[in-house]
Structures are given as C-alpha cells and as structure tokens.
Design a protein around this ligand. Structure first.
Ligand code: SF4
Ligand code: SF4
Length: 90
C-alpha cells in the first residue's frame, strides 16, 4: 500500500498536515500547474495504513482521508517490482 495525494483534487488547505499523528504531510513548497502548494509526503511508509493494512486487512487510521475536504488522499497498491522501505518509529 502506498499513500498518494491526487494533485488534481487537492486545493492545498493543509488540513492533512495538521491531523496526521506521524506528521507525514508537510506543507508544500512548490506550486503545481494550478498554482496550488500540494503537501509533500515525509517518509509515508511510516503511515500505519501503509505498513499494516495488508497484515490486518482493514484501515488502521485514515484520519487524513476522512479530514480531506476534497477526497484527494488515497492508498494504492504498489507494483511488485517497486522497492519497499520500512521505517518503524516507537
Ligand atoms: S492514515 Fe493516519 S498515519 Fe497515515 S498518513 Fe493518514 S493520518 Fe497519517
Ligand atoms: S487535506 Fe486534502 S485538499 Fe487539503 S491539503 Fe491535504 S490533500 Fe490537499
């Protein structure tokens, strides 16, 4: 599972940067083609959903997705050949 932000939907409100307990979302620094500062992801593999969804088969946090007013946050399956880096914080 991989966390993604849909740049076409995001309006740069930064609500996701405020609610994530792991501070995975950072305020964006570069405007996209619509002039919107889409948040950047800081080591998204730390997200509980990215790490543990497959193990437990259910959504384990999802606060960012629930909070996003534009339904711009989702998780996608990773392709088998994509490298996976895991970092666990205690
Ligand atoms: S699901 Fe939870 S831990 Fe993962 S990015 Fe969203 S708010 Fe952060
Ligand atoms: S909450 Fe949604 S619309 Fe707002 S900055 Fe985050 S991804 Fe973009």
């Amino acid at each position: 599972m991989k966390l993604v932000i849909d740049e076409e939907r995001c309006k740069g409100c930064n609500l996701c940067t405020m609610v994530c307990p792991y501070r995975i979302f950072r305020p964006g620094t570069r405007a996209n083609r619509k002039g919107i500062l889409v948040p950047e992801l800081d080591r998204p593999e730390r997200c509980t959903n990215c790490r543990l969804n497959r193990l437990y088969g259910r959504t384990l946090c999802g606060i960012c997705q629930l909070t996003c007013p534009d339904q711009a946050i989702s998780w996608v399956d990773e392709k088998p050949y994509e490298p996976v880096r895991m970092e666990v914080e205690y």
